[in-house]
Structure formats: structure tokens, C-alpha cells
Ligand binder design. Structure first.
Ligand code: G3P
Ligand code: CA
Length: 241
């Protein structure tokens, strides 16, 4: 069955990458959540998509130039002006703590394709080990060197290669870099890629899949998963197929 992952949480109805969005995804019945991590100046794993604070918070500048004690005071509700005042940026450990209450799977995207964020891989792996979430966390990145580094440090963890433009035989590429999965942009996906990936034991979870016809097609093709802003709508379609 195609697993439904909520992109940045249930970001269609709640501020992206906040506990409100993750809770909403779980309440809707999503199988998984997808989130993004950046590293603060003092080395904390902050859950936020952009390198900069400007778009989604009332702060300015780069996450990497802020210490967590200051970042933790910011508001992250951005365009959701009606949302609670106390919606802030979570730490990855806050999300993992909340995951003790449920069975949701978590796709952590390492946002280390702009800045190297030295030590990020080690910190995420340590946290996964601390919570015993080896079977519940998938580590993805557009930085494929980082994924091979994760594999060297923790070959038991599933890594997923994110990519946004054409890749020749991506399932072979995944094998070559020892990734267990590919997370392609939906625009690049063809039936052959889904079929060959699944047949070769490579998981495939396209992003960001919001159109009904795409969701239906991926489910009918037997795709491993899909990443969507609206998990409720995707689950309703899955129920019909
Ligand atoms: O992980 C899938 C997707 O989130 C990648 O793109 O920009 O939304 O992080 P982006
Ligand atoms: Ca992401």
C-alpha cells in the first residue's frame, strides 16, 4: 500500500514544520511526516525548511547565525495568522519525543545542500539511536555525498536520494550510492521508474504530489509512498483505489 507522507506536516492547513502541522497529519491518519532540518550556531537541529528565517518566522537572517535560545522565542506561524501565538520552531528532538505517542514514520530531510553543516549527520544519527527509531526514520537529502556519509556511519538506516530533474536509471543510481530509496520530484516520474525501482527493492516516494490525478496514478502503479501537502485528500483517494 502506498504510504502517505505529510510534506512539512499537514502544511495545507497548518504552519509548515511546526508541531501543529505534525499533529494535524497524525490526526488525519497520515502514515508519515516529512520535515526539514537546519543547524543552529550552537549546533542544535532546528526543524525549518529555509536556510533563512525570513519567510516562515518573525526573525531575520540565517538559522546558522542564531543560537537556539534566541531562535526558540520566534513565532513560526507566518501566513497562518489565525494560528496560536505560541507556534514556534521545533527541535528534531521535540518531534521525536512526540513520536513516542504514536506510530508515525518520519522522513528527516537534511537541508545540507546550501551549507555543509559539519556534524549534522552525526547529530541526527545519535538522536535516532537515542530514541531507537532505526525503523521509523528515513534520512533524505539533495546532498548525495551526505547520504553516502550517513551510510558509512550507519548502514542500517534508510537513506533516500532527493532529486528534481531527470536522472538516468535512478534505481541503479540509488544502488550505487547505497541509498534504500529515491525521492524524485513528481515531474520526473514515469511508470517505468516506479516499476523498476520497486522490482529492484528501491523504495520510491515522489514529492510534492498534490494533484488528484498524480496521487491516483502513483497508488495504482504501486509506488512505495508519496509526499503531499494534504494527506487527508490523499488518504481519501487511496481509500477509493
Ligand atoms: O522531501 C521532499 C521535498 O520536501 C523536497 O523539497 O523544497 O519541499 O524541501 P522541499
Ligand atoms: Ca523537504
Amino acid at each position: 500500500m502506498t504510504a502517505i507522507f505529510a510534506h512539512r506536516g499537514f502544511s495545507a492547513i497548518a504552519p509548515e514544520n511546526t508541531m501543529a502541522a505534525f499533529r494535524a497529519a497524525e490526526t488525519a491518519g497520515a502514515d508519515g511526516i516529512e520535515l526539514d532540518v537546519q543547524l543552529t550556531r550552537d549546533g542544535r537541529l532546528a526543524v525549518i525548511h529555509d536556510e533563512k528565517l525570513n519567510r516562515t518566522t518573525n526573525g531575520q537572517g540565517y538559522v546558522k547565525d542564531w543560537d537556539w535560545k534566541d531562535l526558540s522565542r520566534l513565532e513560526a506561524k507566518y501566513k497562518f495568522t489565525e494560528a496560536d501565538q505560541d507556534i514556534g520552531i521545533p527541535l528534531l528532538e521535540d518531534v521525536f519525543e512526540w513520536m513516542r505517542e504514536n506510530e508515525i514514520i518520519c522522513n528527516v530531510e537534511l537541508k545540507n545542500n546550501e551549507f555543509a553543516y559539519e556534524g549534522m549527520e552525526e547529530k541526527v544519527i545519535r538522536l535516532i539511536r537515542q530514541f531507537n527509531y532505526e525503523g521509523r526514520v528515513i534520512l533524505s537529502s539533495f546532498n548525495h555525498y551526505s547520504l553516502t556519509y550517513v551510510y558509512r556511519l550507519a548502514p542500517d538506516l534508510e537513506t533516500a536520494a532527493l532529486y528534481s530533474s531527470h536522472l538516468y536509471m535512478p534505481w541503479k543510481y540509488a544502488e550505487a550510492i547505497r541509498a534504500g530509496a529515491i525521492h524524485p520530484n513528481i515531474r520526473t516520474v514515469k511508470s517505468e521508474i516506479i516499476r523498476s525501482s520497486v522490482e529492484n527493492g528501491i523504495h520510491i516516494r515522489p514529492y510534492t504530489v498534490n494533484k488528484e490525478k498524480h496521487i491516483r496514478w502513483l497508488i495504482e502503479e504501486g509506488c512505495t509512498g508519496l509526499i503531499t501537502d494534504d494527506p487527508k485528500a490523499a488518504l481519501a483517494i487511496r481509500d477509493q483505489v
